[in-house]
Design a protein around this ligand. Sequence first.
Ligand SMILES: Cc1ncc(COP(=O)(O)O)c(C=O)c1O
Length: 392
Amino acid sequence: MTKQIIAYKAQQFTESVIRDMTRQAQLYGAINLSQGFPDFAAPEEIKLAACDAIMADVNQYAITWGAKSFRDAIAEKSSWYLGLEVDPEREITVTCGSTEAMMAAMMAIVNPGDEVIVFEPFYENYGPDAILSGATPRYVTLYAPDWHFNLDELAAAFNDNTKAIIINTPNNPTGKVFSREELQTIAELCHKWNVIAITDEIYEHILFGGKKHIAIGTLDGMRDRTITINGLSKTYSVTGWRVGYTIAPPEITLAIRKVHDFLTVGAAAPLQEAGTHALRLPRSYYDKLQADYAARRDRILGVLKDVGFRCFDPDGAYYVMTDISAFGYKDDVEFARFLVKDIGVAVVPGSSFYHEPALGRSQVRFTFCKKDETLAAAEERLQKLKSLPNRR
Ligand SMILES: Cc1ncc(COP(=O)(O)O)c(C=O)c1O
């Protein structure tokens, strides 16, 4: 008898294109503007707090759903920043990054046959998350250049089988920051169809042009039907620490905690201690983070536009989606390969953010969470695009 060794679920998705581009960047010695991790130092005080925790022998399993000090700090910060009052004993689960948070949240609520609505383009993990948890994804288009959605299309995506809608604001890859009105519209549909909002707010502090971050969990009646996902990776420039968390009503939290316990037992104990310090940094820390990212955003937009990209200016997060039509390449993958090999800059092909690769054929995504020197070096290399023979 021939056995199917590889599970159907694992056959349905490919390796991460984003993470693969990082490997290609290393292979070709390219400047890595693909994967969203900073190449600058994390804040000194939280690095010291991590070292202190290890030296103080915080080296064994933390409580599976998270060290109490860290959960308390999460509750405090959620209160002042989001306006969300959270019970750290019953509503928070600390996970291995927001990646695990999303997976645990989906596995905690999804049954076979359930549908999950995903705005498209989407952060590439949500596709495999849906497959692994057994959900059927339903895509709702965000339309460039401002990445708005069509209300009728959104309403038509909801039905009796809809279990959840995934929101990511500020958004990767588009840089969209969902407005209060948009979130209100989503909330009304969630009420109408008894749907859970799963909201990935990992870029909550990276906002431009006076945009404000609004947590859908704070809208009327949404507290009891929202799973908020967040983590240390982006706000504190520690993507390798793998510390994230969920905030959800007690009944859902119980289910998330069970899934989380058997998936990973717990996130790194000393790094949760350091996370306690991170979440209690003064508010000036976030102002500076935002100002620094605004300068990087303006810089990369200037460069990209100058060399011929059409840019969709982001309102938040640290990515720029671009249109590559001017360069005369067959598609995003061919262009990205050319960029990494011949120009020496790694980007992410747009197709990895769409369920139909053709939809992202004319786009690539740049990240700008990089040092000035890195952006300057990329700028120099990208100048070569100005003399491409096939340019339109
Ligand atoms: C929207 C979004 N969610 C989650 C993650 C992963 O976060 P973490 O490092 O907390 O797992 C990323 C990383 O790029 C992201 O862009």
